[in-house]
Design a binder for this molecule. Structure first.
Ligand code: MGD
Ligand code: MGD
Ligand code: MO
Length: 796
């Protein structure tokens, strides 16, 4: 028996890497004498940081030419974000962040049997997340040995046999198959087929933790849960509203698009509690002049410092203002569009009339003047595009906010013509494709029928499975007995990390398919397997030596091929589709599924995927042929053509009540009134040196943080109001809300940052122990990790 819990479960959840510090490193040529990074976002600093990343991994510069291939025809899809490629662009169409992801993946370092022979899991669990992953690539199958407390190598056939044996002993409905959004379409298709043919529909995915509310909101209103615009729309929009998103760090290629838009005179507006540097000062690494001068450009005309969770109020205020103007004779709405394409107008207007300006101002944290200015800016635009990311989805009222946003676009006919649209900017490079491949806990019957028709003899479970929160809860209460994962870091990426990790350790079986070790892997179940796979940059060869190609779908529904280029570090690293197929063959070989033929030739698998997509997602006809086209092909989005696949065939204007941060009220209800003013809403955000739970370094240069991640940001005014000062150490008390549990992070350092009142920010994943498992977006169950009620206590 392995110890189910590292640390006794207590209210004192402290980040395991607590207190360790790195020296500042990388990308900070522009530090002033006061240690302030005052260069623009992007620019020379970005180029330097990218090269540093390769150097730190010990990757020779000649390999760096490889990134010239990222996001190019015949190359690999960048393993970073899901922002689309610039077709026909010259030079590397990858960014600092993409290059960090590539360098991190192409590293020659190995977390092999020799590495694991040196370190027990008990020891490794004390390492920081960064150091665990920095050990290098997994190169051989490993099994946990509880007696030695180590991962030890075993041959592939044994690993597969063991997995099959364990799974046969378990009740399928108690087994979960998690997928992170990096898997290719082919691997994702096989993953969901494996799970459902085995009898489990428990297919949680990283989307559950990410853009689930966007999909839910869009599907209900416009009939499709995906964004409606393409990259070309950004070239003709005259207004781009970016909400709850930090593209300079998380989608730098989008920054280039915004930069170009603002240079040609389009208005870029950012709605964000944090004045992110990219919006106010950004130099495009592709602009020779800006690189020579290292001078940036103000990309956003305005950063509107909305209160955390106050976006819906701000959007309602805009529409209320529009309505008042309409009633006074200024035409703002697109009446023809509303008549022809939508329903629900009257109810929406009735709600708008009822909202009180004072309530909207208070909830949005914005003055009437700021709200009116925003309303005017949007009312004057001819073509408005709206994009958003986690600042909208990680809230209890995320779905309501996004639906309010869709209402706003519908009122002015801003969906389905050039330069307009609603665009949830996805996170992982293939998170959208994984969903298209049915890798989720609930799918249309047609999808299942098609698979059974394509594969005679096959029977798939028809159940609706558990989502990510459901699986985490199941691991805590013991009803979920096994966790299998295709990438990701389930125990750390979800809520309540320390408790969920303990739940994973207490399970019967864990199997992780991964490129690098991470904290979740260090919590094996009674039987624990860790299986190495190839990454995007690696050459994936079929048994006959041919190079295999996989496919991915970006955030704007372009499907294209990805072909690795680096010789794998070890022959024991398998392509993800081949690995999942081998697992399928070991577990289910009744002949209905030609697992091994597919493993040997992904093109044959794509022919079946094409068949299965009939009547599910349009655009997969001649899949293999279209994949060979440069740049791939677009999956048509009916809403982009003003076809609404809703039950009535019309786009839905849905009335929205004003939603305030209920979580703050619930936390305050347990405190004396005198304490209410001390309650802040903490958002967990990404630094510039990480990809989700993969932490590349300890710097966040745009926010002037070097050598640490254990910081809490507050506005200078809030610091003063609370009698605190920058540099001071505090304990963060995550206030009990629904489960009565207090959560703590100890010894974080206060930092001042230009941001809205009433909120604080700390980094994900360090702050994940503060996220209560039950605190989720209504209707989508995404952890509400951007509004955690906290109090700060100075450390003596
Ligand atoms: N380099 C790099 N690229 C990435 C990732 C990465 O970690 N590193 N992660 C990928 C993934 S999976 C995703 S989902 C995306 C994430 O991309 P983002 O959503 O940009 O990432 P976050 O850091 O979570 O940033 C959230 C932003 O929302 C703002 N915000 C927080 N609360 C609110 C609010 O209530 N209202 C508004 N209007 N804004 C708010 C924060 O100030 C911050 O600017 O990036 C993807 N790309
Ligand atoms: N508090 C808080 N929590 C959050 C968020 C937040 O903003 N705040 N953001 C949420 C969001 S938006 C997301 S998307 C999730 C992310 O959640 P996950 O997707 O579960 O986490 P990642 O950190 O992206 O996973 C990294 C691991 O994936 C593995 N990996 C990397 N590349 C590959 C590959 O090509 N193949 C395979 N098989 N494995 C690979 C490596 O082992 C690496 O350690 O986290 C969520 N959690
Ligand atoms: Mo994400």
């Amino acid at each position: 028996m392995n110890s189910p819990v590292d640390k006794p479960e207590s209210s004192d959840a402290v980040a395991p890497h607590h207190g360790v510090k790195d020296a500042p490193a990388g990308g900070q040529g522009a530090l002033t004498a006061q240690g302030v990074y005052d260069a623009p976002a992007g620019g020379r600093g970005a180029v330097k940081a990218a090269f540093d990343a390769f150097q730190q991994q010990g990757i020779p510069l000649k390999v760096v030419r490889s990134f010239l291939k990222a996001n190019k025809p015949n190359g690999f899809d960048c393993p970073g974000c899901a922002f689309p490629d610039r077709p026909g662009s010259f030079g590397p169409d990858s960014c600092e962040q993409g290059q960090k992801a590539i360098a991190w993946e192409m590293t020659p370092k190995r977390a092999d049997a020799a590495f694991f022979a040196q370190h027990t899991l008990t020891e490794l669990r004390r390492w920081r997340d960064r150091d665990i992953e920095a050990a290098g690539r997994l190169t051989e199958p490993l099994r946990y040995n509880a007696e030695t407390d180590r991962f030890e190598p075993l041959p592939w056939p044994e690993a597969l046999r063991l997995a099959a044996t364990e799974l046969r002993l378990l009740e399928p409905t108690r087994v979960a198959f998690y997928a992170s959004g990096r898997a290719s379409n082919e691997a994702a298709f096989l993953w969901q087929l494996l799970a459902r043919a085995y009898g489990s529909a428990n297919l949680p995915d990283s989307s559950n933790l990410c853009h689930e509310p966007s999909g839910v909101a869009l599907k209900a209103q416009i009939g499709v849960g995906k964004g409606t615009a393409q990259l070309s729309d950004f070239e003709v929009a005259d207004c781009i509203l970016v909400i709850g998103q930090n593209p300079a760090t998380n989608h730098p290629r989008f920054m280039g698009t915004l930069h170009a838009a603002s240079k040609r005179g389009a208005t870029v507006l950012a709605l964000n509690p944090l004045v992110e540097r990219g919006f106010v000062n950004f130099a495009d690494p592709k602009s020779i002049r800006e690189m020579l001068t290292d001078r940036g450009h103000q990309v956003a005309k305005r950063v509107i410092p909305v209160a955390v969770g106050g976006d819906q109020a701000a959007l309602l205020a805009v529409m209320k203002q529009w309505l008042e103007w309409e009633e006074a004779g200024r035409v703002v709405f697109d009446h023809a569009f509303i008549r022809e394409h939508t329903e629900g107008l009257e109810a929406v207007l009735a709600h708008l009339r009822n909202h009180q300006w004072a309530d909207l101002e208070a909830a949005s944290g914005l003055s009437r003047t700021a709200l009116t200015e925003l309303a005017d800016e949007l009312a004057s635009a001819r073509a408005t595009l709206v994009t958003w990311c986690m600042g909208l989805t990680h809230h209890e009222h995320a779905v309501a906010t996004i639906q309010t946003l869709v209402n706003l676009q519908l009122l002015r006919g801003m969906i389905g013509r050039p330069g307009t649209g609603v665009v949830p900017v996805r996170g992982h490079s293939n998170v959208q494709g994984d969903r298209t491949m049915g890798c989720t806990y609930a799918v249309p019957d047609r999808w299942l029928d098609n698979q059974e028709a394509a594969l005679p003899g096959l029977r798939l479970t028809r159940a609706r499975g558990l989502d990510a929160v459901g699986v985490a809860q199941g691991l805590l209460n013991g009803s979920v007995r096994a966790l299998l994962s295709l990438g990701g870091n389930f125990g750390v990426a979800g809520a309540d990390a320390p408790r969920v990790l303990a739940g994973i350790s207490a399970s019967d079986f864990t199997l992780h398919i991964a490129t690098k070790p991470n904290r979740t892997h260090l919590h094996p179940g009674r039987t624990g397997l860790l299986l190495p796979c190839l990454a995007r940059t690696d050459l994936d060869r079929a048994p006959d030596g041919r190079v295999q190609v996989v496919s991915v779908e970006d955030s704007m529904s372009m499907v294209h091929a990805s072909r690795g280029m680096q010789e794998p570090l070890s022959p024991d690293m398998l392509g993800e589709p081949a690995l999942v197929a081998q697992l399928g063959h070991a577990l289910l070989h009744d002949g209905s599924i030609p697992w091994r033929e597919w493993a040997a030739d992904y093109a044959r698998l794509r022919d079946v995927i094409e068949q299965c997509q009939t009547g599910v997602f349009d655009g997969f006809e001649h899949f293999n042929l279209k994949l060979s086209h440069d740049g791939g092909f677009w999956l048509p989005n009916p809403a982009a053509h003003r076809q609404w696949r809703t039950p009535t065939g019309r786009a839905q204007l849905t009335p929205q009540a004003l939603r305030v941060n209920g979580v703050r009220e619930r936390a305050c209800a347990r405190l004396p009134a005198s304490e209410h003013a001390r309650v802040l809403l903490l958002m967990t955000v990404r630094s510039h040196d990480q990809f989700n739970t993969t932490v590349y370094g300890q710097d966040d240069r745009y926010r002037n943080v070097f050598g640490t991640r254990e910081v809490v940001f507050l506005s200078p005014a809030e610091l003063q109001r609370l009698g605190l000062h920058a540099g001071q150490k505090v304990d963060i008390e995550g206030l009990p809300i629904d489960d009565g549990r207090t959560r703590w992070l100890r010894g974080f350092e206060l930092r001042a940052l230009d941001m809205a009142a009433g909120c604080a920010a700390a980094y994900f994943p360090e702050a994940t122990p503060l996220v209560p498992l039950g605190l989720v977006a209504e209707g989508a169950r995404t952890p509400a990790a951007k509004a955690l009620p906290v109090r700060l206590h100075p450390v003596a």
